[in-house]
Ligand binder design. Structure first.
Ligand SMILES: Nc1ncnc2c1ncn2[C@@H]1O[C@H](COP(=O)(O)OP(=O)(O)OP(=O)(O)O)[C@@H](O)[C@H]1O
Length: 250
């Protein structure tokens, strides 16, 4: 399996403190890969480096073998590497349908000013209807996004991100703040969305990680401690010690 995204010797310092330290990492095409680790392990920093929201102090990032270390997030998006923006990607004053229309229009490079007329085009309408039903948002299609429950907002966020049809989808704690039922629903949607794509997620919920991830990277104190399947990493004494030995639990 080819590596879609790779980090080589990646480090990031904050005022002399190494949040990510000499990390080698490979995201293999077609997999769902989770980054886990106790609080403060450097997961979000690694995520922000890989998604180009932070620049590294040292090291390189490769996309399909090409050095993309210097590229900015929009250039990565054009290469099909897209990060979910959480709630902020969703426009509270627009309905669910309008939010999905917007996302699809953005994908097609069509600006807001053409929105109302072009959104009525049959092809776009069909795509919007498809997405609404795929994400079980039918009942809420005409609800303003700002009035949705937190869980439905996250579903809508995933829908608007997937409207971009990314090859590589990067999700930062997709289950954060969700209740049991929503976690189940979003787990199913992420699994479904993973077909034909590569997904990297930072996630604290171990049930979700064991349900979804083909490959897991465990980070501790800025470094990669272990890699493998859930069964492999969860049985390693050093991984267990990292979770139970720290002051905080992830
Ligand atoms: N912008 C920043 N400035 C200074 N220190 C930072 C910054 N971002 C992160 N850090 C520090 O780097 C370390 C790693 O943080 P990071 O958020 O990457 O960890 P994490 O594994 O994502 O933690 P959590 O599970 O709590 O989200 C922490 O000690 C944090 O305080």
């Amino acid at each position: 399996m080819a590596n879609v995204l790779e980090a080589r010797g990646l480090s990031r310092e904050f005022g002399g403190f190494r949040a990510v330290s000499n990390v080698d990492f490979a995201l293999k095409e077609g997999t769902i890969h989770a980054v886990i680790g106790p609080n403060g392990a450097g997961k979000s920093t690694l995520f922000n480096l890989l998604t180009k929201f932070l620049s590294p102090s040292e090291g390189r990032i490769l996309h399909k073998g090409e050095d993309v270390t210097a590229l900015r997030p929009p250039a990565m998006a054009r290469r099909g590497v897209v990060r979910s923006f959480q709630i902020s990607a969703v426009f509270a004053g627009l309905t669910v349908r309008e939010n999905i229309e917007m996302a699809l229009l953005r994908t097609n490079g069509i600006g807001w000013s053409f929105f109302s007329s072009i959104a009525r085009r049959p092809a776009i309408r069909r795509r919007v209807d498809e997405m609404i039903s795929r994400f079980s948002l039918d009942e809420h299609a005409d609800t303003q996004a700002g009035n949705l429950s937190y869980g439905r907002k996250r579903v809508l966020e995933l829908a608007t991100t997937l409207a971009l049809d990314p090859d590589v989808l990067l999700l930062d704690e997709p289950m954060a703040g969700l209740g049991h039922e929503d976690i189940g629903r979003i787990t199913d949607l992420v699994r479904e969305s993973g077909k034909g794509r590569t997904i990297l997620l930072v996630e604290h919920n171990m049930r979700v990680v064991s349900d979804l991830a083909d490959q897991i990277t465990v980070m501790v104190r800025g470094e990669v401690l272990a890699e493998g399947s859930y069964a492999e990493v969860s049985s390693r004494p050093d991984v267990i010690a990292a979770y139970t030995g720290g002051q905080h639990h992830g």
